[in-house]
Structure formats: structure tokens, C-alpha cells
Design a protein around this ligand. Structure first.
Ligand SMILES: [Zn+2]
Length: 289
């Protein structure tokens, strides 16, 4: 979970690309340009005033046009949206910490309710495919009277979250319990927001399911080719972040299993018996275009 301040911009290049394209309805965007620029100027204030419900959309007449420019963008805009969606250097989801490259884009203010931000770059955040359906079109909660989520490009609070996993064994089955910590200096208000964000994205349940999958995966790895589980896990921890508190789910999993010798032993016992299988010889297979 990293603070993505570097992705923010004060420019409105995406809108310019849409307006100057040859796509049908580009003229409608030109007509609405100043209204949209006014909305863009208000965006930072809306994100900062998270206890206020954002104002009702003022561009409803061209809502479908704006959404369509995101769903089927003209060539130049498509390139830049693709860069934000996939050609970034993130190796984990900024919303939840899932330790794989995020491959979808989230509209922080959902485009169904606020289409004015459908192609506003500061509203578009890389996100993992598990977070996407959970966040969906949600943003403001009338019960909590505040936004449910923290914006990874506007708040550094999510980058202070650390993960811990307790592992216990029931018979041969490993049971995982995910816990969270935050850095000491985080304000009480941010702590409360982090709590709501993690709860709204069901991060605890998802970490525990992730650990369960990883444990089963390692059971298969040890069973298929045998390995020293403790040495393998310790090597992965050395390769990772030097932070002693886990900054992602993968590190928390390795630390959690290593902290329970029985869980390590339970994995190790799947090691195959008998002599190792001989290596087979291979030859290259060439395929022309
Ligand atoms: Zn995620």
C-alpha cells in the first residue's frame, strides 16, 4: 500500500485529448469544457472534505458521452489510459496491498454518479481485480457520514499500514488470522479512516484466504519436488522489504508460518520419499511468426 502522490497532476491533458480527437461527440465535450474544468478544480476539495457528500453531478446531460469516452476512448486517450491501468511500476494494489501488479482502473468517485470525473486522471487509480467488485460504485456512506475509502494519490495514511498473520494448526489444517498495525505518528482521524477503508474492502478476510491459498500452494510445491521450507521462506524474507513489520501480504504469510514451527513441520512432511526424479533432456522448439 503505497502513497501515489507522483501520479497526481494539475493538468487536464486527458480532456484535451478527448476534445481534439475525431471521435463522435468530441464537440459536445468542447461545448462543456469550461464546466468540466470547474469540476476538476473542485476535485481536491471533495476528496479532502471526506465527511461531506460530494455535490450532485452538474453534467448529467452529457453523462453518457463522458462515460463512453472512458469505455471506448479515442486512440491517444486510449494509450494514456492503458499506461495508467497497466504500464505502471506498482507491484501491489494501492487500495488493499494484494501483492500482485494491479491491472484494473478504479474511478475513486464512481463515474455512474459523477461522470464529470470519468476521464479525469486524478480520479483514476490502479486497483486489483479483487478490490474492483467490492468497491464498485460505492463511495459515500450515509450511515458513517463520510467517504468509505482513502484515495491512494491524496493520502499517505494507507502506506503506514503493516500486516501480521497468526497461524495455528487444527489437525493438518492451518488457520490464519490477519491483524493490522499502523505507524505510531498516524492521527486518530486517519486511524479511523484506515479502519473503515480496510473494513469496506474486506481486507482481513481476503488476506486470510490468500494465506490459505499460499499454504496449499506450498503443500503442492513440497510434495512435487521437495524443498527446505524454512530456508525457502527465510530466503524470500531476505529478498523482500527490509522493514521488520510486513508491508505486504506475502511477507506477512512467510513471517506467520515461520513463527509457528508446527506449521513449518506440517508443510515439510509433504516432502516426497525416494530418490529425486532424473532430469529429462529437452531440445528447443522454434516457431516462426
Ligand atoms: Zn486491491
Amino acid at each position: 500500500m503505497k502513497y501515489l502522490f507522483h501520479m497526481r497532476t494539475s493538468k487536464c491533458g486527458w480532456l484535451d485529448l478527448a476534445i481534439t480527437s475525431k471521435k463522435e461527440n468530441a464537440g459536445l465535450l468542447q461545448y462543456a469544457k469550461f464546466a468540466l474544468l470547474d469540476c476538476y478544480k473542485e476535485f481536491d476539495g471533495i476528496v479532502d472534505k471526506f465527511k461531506d457528500r460530494p455535490p450532485v453531478s452538474r453534467v448529467k446531460l452529457i453523462a453518457s458521452v463522458l462515460r463512453e469516452f472512458y469505455g471506448a476512448p479515442p486512440k491517444d486517450l486510449h494509450e494514456i489510459v492503458l499506461m495508467r491501468r497497466r504500464k505502471h511500476e506498482l507491484d501491489e494494489c494501492p487500495y488493499c496491498g494484494y501483492p500482485l501488479k494491479p491491472r484494473t482502473l478504479d474511478h475513486f468517485l464512481p463515474k455512474e454518479d459523477w461522470p464529470e470525473y470519468a476521464i479525469f486522471s486524478n480520479n483514476l487509480v490502479p486497483q486489483c481485480s479483487d478490490c474492483a467488485p467490492i468497491k464498485g460504485q460505492r463511495y459515500y456512506c450515509d450511515t458513517d457520514k463520510q467517504a468509505l475509502f482513502l484515495h491512494p494519490m491524496y493520502s499517505s495514511a494507507l502506506s503506514t499500514v503493516r500486516f501480521h498473520v497468526d497461524v495455528s494448526l487444527v489437525g493438518n489444517r492451518a488457520i490464519f488470522c490477519a491483524k493490522f498495525s499502523i505507524l505510531e505518528y498516524v492521527s486518530v482521524e486517519d486511524e479511523q479512516r484506515i479502519r473503515l477503508h480496510l473494513k469496506s474492502l474486506q481486507v482481513k478476510r481476503r488476506i486470510e484466504e490468500y494465506c490459505d491459498e499460499q499454504y496449499q500452494r506450498w503443500t503442492r510445491i513440497v510434495g512435487a519436488r521437495g524443498c527446505n521450507v524454512r530456508a525457502s521462506f527465510e530466503r524470500r524474507l531476505k529478498e523482500g522489504d527490509s522493514d521488520p513489520y510486513a508491508t505486504n501480504w506475502g511477507i506477512a504469510f512467510y513471517q506467520g508460518v515461520l513463527n509457528n514451527p508446527q506449521a513449518v513441520e506440517n508443510l515439510q512432511k509433504h516432502e516426497p520419499y525416494g530418490p529425486p526424479r532424473p532430469l529429462v533432456k529437452i531440445r528447443a522448439l522454434f516457431i516462426s511468426d
